[in-house]
Design a protein around this ligand. Structure first.
Ligand code: PMV
Length: 324
């Protein structure tokens, strides 16, 4: 009745933005990401008949109510699948400092899906694990696999065709991703809320959806060919188009801070000086910079010189979820 798992976070190169089903976490669009070796979550789940409620310890402390509720709801799904009706103690630790503005929902729910299902006596394969992780946080379904991963949106109402598949292993292309944190403020609008507002009110939302298939095909081909210039250009335009749907929502919203623009400008000037570097931005202020490993140290130094940049974490493609 107890199991532990480790899962890595991922950075979307083609973003998931917008749900067609809020309960089953079914997306309007397919997405594509790289799993990150530097950012991970380790989680232990212990079902215990003596407990009268679920317990969540996050980074050594009892978690706040909102996080506890999300985890309890997720455990309900696992309990129902396994026919188990006892509560659990969940202990979860992130490899990165909390409050660093780094999203942990992808690694968190991927690790939780793996540990909780095993502890409840289920033996799920990658596809079933990916569909389960998706119920916690959409992007978590991609963290089941290592390297470069596609989340196929699926078309079925029950979500049975909406899961991630591995596209290329971490060893295929040891690309570097530099995660520049520019703000540790809790964002005012969660991804969940932000995408719902966008789908409901942005007149650009359908145009966003119309760009996905082509961008996805180009990004996957670029990964197969280890072509940084093509991948970088597609990732940049895809991220900017996603942010354009938020700017065009009603009321509009923007996750960027001063530091976000500072990093974008630095990436442009690196490129002008002949160093291939490209950015992508999730639903937050921080920026990830894609580059060849041979340029990572030099780019990190440049980014750290910007006043608004607090920290730079260098990552490569990482592995999929593992039971410990
Ligand atoms: O899975 P969520 O609810 O954390 O949403 C993730 C949304 C983005 O990070 C902006 C894009 C993505 O595909 O990860």
């Amino acid at each position: 009745l107890q199991a532990s798992a480790k899962a890595h976070s991922n950075m979307a190169l083609i973003k998931y933005w917008g749900k067609r089903d809020e309960t089953l976490m079914l997306p309007h669009n397919s997405s594509f990401s790289v799993t990150l070796d530097a950012l991970y979550t380790t989680t232990t789940v212990a079902f215990d008949a003596a407990l009268d409620h679920d317990i969540l310890i996050l980074n050594g402390r009892e978690a706040e109510e909102k996080a506890k509720l999300k985890v309890s709801r997720f455990l309900d799904i696992v309990r129902e699948m396994a026919g188990v009706n006892i509560h659990a103690k969940v202990t979860s630790q992130n490899s990165f400092p909390t409050g660093a503005g780094l999203a942990s929902s992808a690694s968190g729910f991927a690790a939780l899906a793996c540990a909780a299902s095993k502890a409840a006596g289920l033996d799920l394969d990658g596809k079933a694990l990916s569909m389960l992780a998706r119920r916690g946080s959409g992007s978590a379904c991609r963290s089941i696999y290592g390297g470069f991963v596609e989340w196929q949106k699926g078309v079925k109402l029950d979500g049975s065709d909406s899961y991630a598949i591995p596209v290329a292993s971490p060893e295929h292309w040891p690309l570097s991703l530099l995660i520049a944190t520019v703000s540790d403020k809790q964002k005012k609008i969660s991804s969940r809320e932000g995408m719902a507002k966008t789908v409901a009110t942005s007149p650009f939302y359908n145009s966003w959806l119309n760009t996905i298939e082509e961008d996805l095909a180009q990004a996957k081909a670029a990964v197969q060919n280890r072509d940084l210039d093509t991948l970088g250009k597609v990732a940049e335009r895809n991220a900017l188009r996603m942010h354009a749907t938020m700017l065009s929502a009603d009321p509009p919203f923007l996750y960027w801070q001063k530091g976000t623009i500072a990093v974008i400008r630095e990436v442009e000037s690196l490129r002008e000086s002949g160093i291939p570097a490209y950015f992508t931005i999730d639903a937050g202020a921080n920026v990830a910079v894609l580059c060849e490993p041979s340029h990572a140290a030099q780019i990190k130094e440049k980014l750290l010189r910007l006043r608004e940049v607090q920290n730079v974490i260098v990552s490569g493609p990482g592995p999929g979820v593992t039971l410990l």
